[in-house]
Design a protein around this ligand. Structure first.
Ligand code: TRP
Ligand code: ZN
Length: 900
């Protein structure tokens, strides 16, 4: 696209069904890196439900046209152009064969057909198939595919595509072929092929109905020792979807392939999922506990797409959350169920741990998105580049919108809705409304108001007022819903109140839940948590027989993606942290307590006032630290302070330096005030023996390593350095080794340290041949503390020149550049603007290679208007620089929306 061309805006309201339908596709590939010949034979007919078109317009990009024929005869009435190919004077039903050439070796976008480590891969979602051949590349055109792959046998011994292998064999000149057939109709974005030198871990399992299934995890030969966990995760996913949703694997064969050059996490291509190596490869030496659980979650996510996404797909890309929100919800539930295999007490706590982690991501990232120029509803109304709408809102808020059906109707009611959804829509391309109607009809409810969750951008704010009438023993909660100042986009488009499931409990002076009886009810219910259906702009709920003035526990388990405003005192929050029966809200109380304190301190730091920490906070955190009745995983989460980015977001004017000073001050105070306790916890939560990636063992490691991180904050970090060095040397797993290295880097910031430099050197040499571990090596350095004498930007710039660094590999670019720009706010937002200059350079450099990745990095500055004036001006200048130079539609959409 030329610099001056105004990008076209695609609108949901303009949806029209396709003029033609494609029923079958036969693809033949002659795979050669620079010149792959693709022959595409399609059975096409007019769509009876669309307006009659005179010609057929197919999408195509970066393709070289060779020839066309219709019903076997050469056809000259075709015109290939920049965006595709026009076929004139077509009959009502015909077979069209198109031959074209694509250059996979030169494809750095990682969309379409590309080469990675000498092997061929494809990525077609959202609009990559048009870079392979001309097509109606839109999800409401569903066809069955037969794929023939031909390639040099020595260079590409393995040839894979979707579905079942029909036949394979040798060809002349050292070549061979394989023919695959996918029996299920699918949209083009689910097509995939893989060719190259790969090996597989294989397993045969029986599905619920007794059919045998072949499962494979394909990797490069040297990675075969890191596939067991992915395979186990796949087997667990298959079982879980049968048990929880009655959904069985529909193919005889299911494959996962790992690739190191990949734009996102993974892709759910029918029967042939393609994964970023980061979400497949793991063994104790190379992967952390977080990696292990991410792999389980992503394997589950892609597998669950087989039903929610593939069997029932999206009518158009505005419906993306139909598959993504639902599938994120399913993977979250899967992980929660997997983590809570144990006793019921452990059970509750383990589920809460997962919930807390998910909510933390939502609040940190999605709430921020909702407060900036990219704010959009779960079902967007328009886009310029669809790849920019694979967002926190579509995925994470979308998942909350699905979760609320389950909160309203219970697990059984939710299952009834899912069953009806598949009964009605299996094999179709549908909308978010279709899903909502299935939930409504299966539960006998009118969910018209619920539609607003899909169409309204912004984070709702609920203010809570309470009144206790001691003489009548009545307690009234008055809820008001609206949007705060941050969500101006939301206020402008406000459509009326939302249906909000608002879960609450009332806590008595003894710390126990009180019985709940709403006015008008015959008796108190046995449940001490109630889901109030809050549907009005303002609405009151009165409880009767309330023996004493209760303390309200609001929005239990985070029952809706909203902000709750209620004036708790510090003592009340400390009480909730100690007593709430809802584990999520125990954590939440601690976070509120800390956030309030940290924001006050940040204001003091911004104005140069002295900092002082309220003893209530130290005492409350100390109690959690030493409460052995709480699970270690929960304690680790409760003792972790809200992130700097989240805190800066809460300020009237974001001031990263002030937030950093405040947070560092509190970390140091907690470290020194509780030093003996941290040391004791460090010793008590060791996990001797062989490494186990279980939630229990992981919880001990997390808490122990948090203790180490706090100890590293002390003005004299000698203890931490001694412990970290010993831990680094003795570690039999990456969780402990990386945590030790990180603690050494922290200690080095206050004291300087040969230990940190030694460990960094050792770490590199030890893992030189493990790219995913070298990513950690870059990331740890990019996220480190930094000093006046040695700002992190200098280290980052030096690392950009390291022989192991390359901008072409997205994981590597993310490990160094994104870690610095998005995960080290105090250093990135340096007062001299050095971070922003670096950001602009890298966005522009990436733009020429990989627009999708460049656009993600471009978003690091989108909240610029919310910062202090000095930073704001420099951020704007950097954005303008990028806006003047960026070429891709992807980056332009982001920076132009930011500057608008
Ligand atoms: N559908 C994929 C998922 O969420 C994500 C995805 C969308 C993707 N576009 C992509 C992955 C481009 C890689 C590249 O599971
Ligand atoms: Zn997905």
């Amino acid at each position: 696209m030329a610099d001056t061309e105004t990008p076209q805006v695609i609108r949901r309201a303009d949806y029209a069904p396709p003029a033609f339908l494609i029923d079958t596709v036969a693809l033949e590939f002659d795979l050669v890196p620079e010149r792959t010949v693709v022959r595409n034979t399609m059975r096409i007919r007019r769509n009876p439900d669309a307006v009659r078109a005179t010609h057929l317009e197919l999408m195509g990009e970066a393709l070289q046209f060779v020839e066309a024929s219709i019903d076997g005869k050469p056809y000259a009435n075709v015109h290939a152009h920049e965006h595709g190919l026009t076929v004139d004077n077509v009959p009502d039903s015909f077979e069209l064969t198109l031959t074209g050439i694509c250059n996979a070796a030169a494809n750095t976008t990682l969309s379409g057909l590309y080469v990675s480590s000498g092997n061929f891969f494809t990525q077609c979602e959202a609009e990559g198939f048009r870079r392979i051949t001309w097509f109606l590349d839109r999800p409401d055109v569903m066809a069955t595919y037969t794929v023939t792959l031909r390639a040099d046998k020595a260079a590409y011994p393995v040839l894979l595509s979707n579905g079942n292998l029909l036949e394979q064999g040798d060809l002349p000149d050292g070549r061979h072929f394989a023919r695959w057939e996918d029996p299920f109709r699918k949209p083009s974005y689910l097509f995939a092929l893989v060719a190259g030198k790969l090996v597989a871990l294989e397993e045969r399992v029986k599905s619920g109905s007794g059919k045998e299934k072949l499962l494979q995890v394909w990797v490069e030969p040297h990675d075969l020792d890191k596939t067991r966990h992915a395979m186990d995760s796949l087997i667990h996913s298959i079982r879980w979807d049968e048990e929880r949703f009655g959904l069985e694997l529909d193919l005889d064969r299911f494959m996962i392939v790992a690739v190191s050059d990949f734009n996102m996490g993974a892709m759910e291509n029918k029967g042939l999922n393609i994964f970023n190596t980061k979400y497949v490869l793991a063994n104790p030496e190379t992967a952390t506990d977080t990696d292990f659980s991410n792999i389980e979650a992503v394997v589950g996510h892609e597998y669950f797409h087989n039903w929610t996404g593939n069997r029932v797909t999206c009518r158009d890309w505005f419906q993306l959350s139909l598959k993504e929100g639902l599938t994120v919800f399913r993977d979250q539930e899967f992980s929660a169920d997997m983590a809570s295999g144990g006793s019921t007490v452990e059970n509750q706590a383990a589920r809460a741990t997962k919930r807390i982690e998910d909510v933390r991501v939502l609040r940190q990232m999605q709430f921020a998105e909702d407060a900036g120029p990219m704010a959009h509803p779960v079902r967007p109304e328009s886009y310029v580049e669809i790849n920019n709408f694979y967002t926190m809102t579509v995925y994470e808020k979308g998942s909350e919108v699905v979760r609320m059906y389950q909160t309203l109707f219970g697990r059984e009611g939710f299952r009834r809705g899912m069953d009806l959804y598949f009964k009605r829509h299996d094999g179709q391309a549908v909308t978010c409304d279709d899903f909502r109607h299935a939930m409504a009809d299966a539960n006998g409810r009118d969910l018209a108001q619920y539609e607003r969750w899909y169409s309204q951008a912004g984070t709702p704010r609920i203010t809570v007022d309470t009144h206790y009438d001691a003489s009548q023993k009545r307690y009234t909660l008055t809820l008001t819903q609206g949007y705060g100042d941050a969500a101006s986009a939301a206020r402008e488009t406000q459509k009326g109140p939302l249906l909000i499931p608002f879960a609450i409990g009332l806590i008595g002076e003894d710390g126990n839940d009180m019985p709940l009886r709403l006015e008008g009810e015959a008796s108190a219910s046995p449940q001490t948590t109630r889901v109030l259906e809050f549907t009005g702009k303002e609405q009151s709920f009165t409880f009767v027989d309330v023996a004493e003035k209760p303390l309200p526990s609001l929005l239990r388990n985070f029952s809706a993606p909203v902000v709750v405003e209620y004036d708790y005192t510090a003592d009340e929050l400390a009480f909730l942290l100690a007593h709430d029966s809802d584990p999520f809200n125990r954590w939440e109380a601690g976070q509120r307590l800390a956030t309030r304190e940290l924001l006050t301190l940040a204001e003091h730091a911004a104005t140069g006032n002295a900092l002082e920490l309220d003893d209530t906070v130290v005492a409350a955190f100390g109690r959690v630290l030493n409460d052995e009745t709480l699970s270690p995983a929960f304690r680790e989460l409760a003792l972790m302070l809200p992130s700097e980015a989240y805190l800066a977001e809460q300020m009237d004017e974001s001031n990263p330096a002030a937030v950093h000073s405040a947070r560092q001050f509190v970390r140091k105070r907690l470290a020194s005030a509780l030093k003996g306790d941290w040391l004791a916890v460090y010793e008590r939560h060791q996990t001797p023996g062989a490494y186990e990636p279980t939630p229990e063992a992981g919880g001990h490691r997390a808490l122990k390593n948090l203790a180490l991180a706090y100890l590293a904050e002390l003005d004299d970090p000698a203890d931490a350095v001694r412990l970290a060095k010993a831990q680094y040397d003795a570690a039999n797993n990456m969780t402990d080794r990386a945590a030790a290295l990180s603690a050494l880097l922290t200690a080095a910031a206050s004291k300087g340290g040969a230990e940190a430099a030694d460990a960094l050197g050792d770490f590199y040499r030890r893992f030189e041949n493990e790219p995913l571990v070298i990513d950690k090596w870059f990331a740890l350095q990019a996220m480190q503390r930094g000093t006046k004498a040695r700002p992190v930007i200098e280290i980052v710039r030096k690392l950009m020149a390291h022989p192991a660094f390359t901008l072409k590999n997205p994981n590597r670019a993310r490990s160094l550049i994104f870690s610095f720009c998005s995960a080290n706010p105090a250093q990135f937002h340096a007062a001299d603007g050095s971070g922003y200059a670096f950001w602009a350079e890298q966005v522009i450099a990436l733009d020429a290679l990989n627009p999708q990745v460049a656009a993600r990095l471009a978003r690091a500055l989108e909240l610029w208007r919310r910062f202090t004036p000095a930073l704001r001006d420099q951020m704007r200048a950097a954005l303008e620089k990028v806006a003047a130079q960026a070429k891709s539609r992807d980056v332009r959409e982001i920076v132009e929306k930011a500057l608008a």
